[in-house]
Ligand binder design. Sequence first.
Ligand code: ARG
Ligand code: ZN
Length: 472
Amino acid sequence: MHRRIIAPGALAAASLLLAIPASAASYSPGAPGIGDPYYPYYGNGGYDVSHYGLRLRYQPKTDELQGTATIKARTTQDLSSFDLDFLLDVSQVRVNGVKASFTHAEQHELVITPKRPLTKGTPVTVEVRYRGVPSTKSAYGFTTWHHTPDGAVAADEPESAWWWFPSNDHPSDKATYDVSVSVPQGTQAISNGALRSVSSKRGWTDYSWRQDRPQATYLATLAIGRFDITTSRSGRGVPVINAYSKDLGADDAAARASVERTGEIVDWLSNYFGPYPFATAGGYVPNTTTGYALETQTRVYYSPKQFAKGANPSVVVHELAHQWYGDDVSLKGWKDIWLNEGFATYAQWLWSEHEGQGTTRQLADQVYSSHPADDPFWKVAPGDPGPDDQFDDAVYDRGAAAIQALRDTVGDHAFFRILKGWPKAHAYGNASVADFEKYAEQISGKPLAGLFDAWLYQPVKPAASAARGFAA
Ligand code: ARG
Ligand code: ZN
């Protein structure tokens, strides 16, 4: 992945010098990446976003998306220019109300040069007007936008925003969202958070959604299509909004039998993880053909394939566990993926035990014994798996077995305090595997470096003596 950094225009640079003679030299372009070694060009340097306001219109027939993004941010350095991650065609950019020049650089970088440079520590409003056919755009040779027979879906990890809104695309820069989408009457638009209003005029219906808690860019989702929207409340009062494509055919009953358990499962998980962190919960099942599910914040994306073999509450448990582990407490960097997938998988194990199926102990032993020492499974270190193995089975299964080994090492009392205390300690923030190790040591009072090394960092099968933790 090489990209040429496009220098700001010479003319603009000259006028800057006239406007700000003394300190112009300290203004420099924001970095094209936020500094994640797994994905050097994901996210950007020089600013921190607090809010995305998106006003969009989508035509399912042609897959045309158009709209305006209003981004509220604060600069973290003196900036002569800065990047947003975005692929659609931009017609105008305003920075603090003044037209700015812009150019698309390689892959997904949109480089913006404001008329006046931006001083460190000041608020900035960036308005981007755009349109395009997202399914025709690719970066690094792929697209994650799904054009369906009656609409589209944006839901993928680690990237999906480039196809529908300009962003600082990295989990370390979380923000709140207002998403308004106009769709042809008879079609629905689904996004994160609470549904604030639905209104129709002249053949178009406008759906306005609000996410009022910090949300990572990859957890923002948009689905357009013909959906049946259901609303309910969990026993403990969490409002639940689910949506099912009207086109699920044979998968419809199993999808509803699973996803309608959202409220019950949120309440059950809160016994382990603490109060549900968001104002609404729910999920949606569009008519896509992909195989994965994704923990899009408050509105989980489920592929119909998850329900092809019948009801599957376990996947609902996995994605809802992410609402605490991944969405409320987000990763500092993509190498910290175990904090998401290890814990969401361990939640499925707790559910299995709760359902009278395999216990967490049995499931951990099974992971250990079913993979011989020479199985490539053990070559992936869940604590830093590398970008190519970010979603390898080892991150999930070895990752969950590592959590059982932690439980064996610290004992149930400390373990369940850690499980519930962690989301509280980093509520709406970001944390790393190293932060978790320190936290678990602090709560348990036990040194855990040996355990973490054997289970998360060594590309080999942990010794039998470590299989059930490091308890003396
Ligand atoms: N975080 C998702 C899950 O395990 C995984 C998504 C993987 N991404 C993909 N494009 N397959 O719930
Ligand atoms: Zn997951």
